[in-house]
Design a protein around this ligand. Structure first.
Ligand code: AMP
Ligand code: MN
Ligand code: MN
Length: 322
């Protein structure tokens, strides 16, 4: 029996009495939020016969276009047209980036199911299915699909496995559990396209991206306390003909420095913001709480924030006696 038995029962009831369902992925989407959206979409259409609209405020990165049905996403919403909203892998309303879903809308009592695994989740739904021990949101959906006895066709298995691979960094991050491996095994049996996931999500890079990563790596500085910082400015994006999305994944290289207790990548976003990504491999450092102080959030070992401003380089000189 699932630990979310009661929540799953409530979710099932909400789904059964709805006709038009809106599924929202988080902004700046990754394999987990997209895999969650597309797998749930398939089950709601094929097993429940619902009308489903899948949305994401930002376009999908190239690395996810191989996913079956990746072309279904819309970027505009009219939430009043839907009788149920389901958000996937989003810790807060901000992460959805749809102005229509604001405080006032949330207070209207519209049915919203919030399916997520971030410990910093703001529980903004009318029903919150938030499991911070799940390695990814598709893991929670896997158990939900089992609960409703949904049919896992090969494309659904691929969507779910893409979420697992994305958030566990190919089963290398510390959030990888025996449950992650168990589910992965079931998904492979159900026909998940593992070689395509590996090829498109982990082994395909453009020369522009490589040049940008070169700048990230050469800008890295490590202080005596083991804080490693690197930065990318808008000029770096222009010089390498790349975009902020091309940074996805590079922080894992920064975090592989053995003396680093905390790795930070600061990057400008062309719209007057600085995005910070933080990672740690230490159990006694909690980057989610550090990022929460800056208005962001995430997981204990992987978190981020965005603040208005730009990056200013500061040089400090010191004379040391011989
Ligand atoms: P990133 O560094 O962007 O790869 O994000 C690492 C983790 O932190 C992901 O799980 C994100 O969902 C989360 N995260 C990043 N930025 C924010 C933010 N501004 N607010 C809340 N969570 C965030
Ligand atoms: Mn995500
Ligand atoms: Mn996730």
């Amino acid at each position: 029996m699932s630990k979310f038995q009661k929540e799953f029962e409530k979710a099932l009831k909400l789904i059964e009495k709805s006709n038009n369902i809106l599924i929202i992925s988080h902004k700046n989407p990754d394999g987990d939020t997209i895999g969650s959206n597309l797998s749930l979409r398939k089950v709601l259409i094929c097993d429940f016969g619902k009308n489903v609209t899948s949305v994401c405020a930002d376009p999908l990165p190239k690395s996810l276009l191989f996913l079956p049905d990746s072309n279904v996403f819309e970027n505009k919403i009219d939430p009043n047209k839907h009788d149920l909203i389901i958000t996937v892998d989003a810790s807060s309303v901000d992460q959805l980036k749809f102005a229509e879903i604001d405080e006032k809308f949330l207070k209207s009592g519209k049915a919203i199911i919030n399916i997520d695994h971030h410990p910093t989740n703001k529980k903004f739904g009318t029903l919150n299915i938030v499991d911070e021990n799940a390695s990814c949101a598709t893991e929670i959906l896997y158990y939900f699909f089992e609960f409703v006895k949904a049919t896992i066709v090969p494309s659904t298995a691929t969507h779910l496995l893409a979420g697992l691979y994305n958030d566990t960094g190919s089963f290398m991050h510390s959030n990888t559990s025996s449950s992650s491996y168990k589910i992965a095994s079931k998904l492979l049996e159900a026909g998940a396209a593992l070689p395509r996931i590996v090829k498109h999500m982990f082994k395909t890079q453009s020369i522009e991206q490589l040049r940008l990563w070169g700048k990230v790596l050469s800008n890295a500085r490590l202080n005596k306390k083991g804080t490693l910082v690197s930065k990318i400015t808008n000029d770096d994006f222009y010089e390498t003909n790349s975009t902020p999305r091309d940074l996805m994944g590079v922080i894992n290289y920064l975090n592989s420095v053995s003396r680093s207790n905390l790795s930070i990548l600061l990057s400008e976003d062309m719209e007057g913001h600085v995005k910070g990504s933080m990672r740690t491999s230490k159990n006694d450092v909690n980057v989610a709480s550090l990022c929460e102080k800056l208005g962001g959030g995430g997981h204990k070992k992987a978190a981020g924030f965005t603040i208005p401003g730009k990056i200013v380089t500061e040089e400090v000189w010191r004379i040391e006696e011989e």
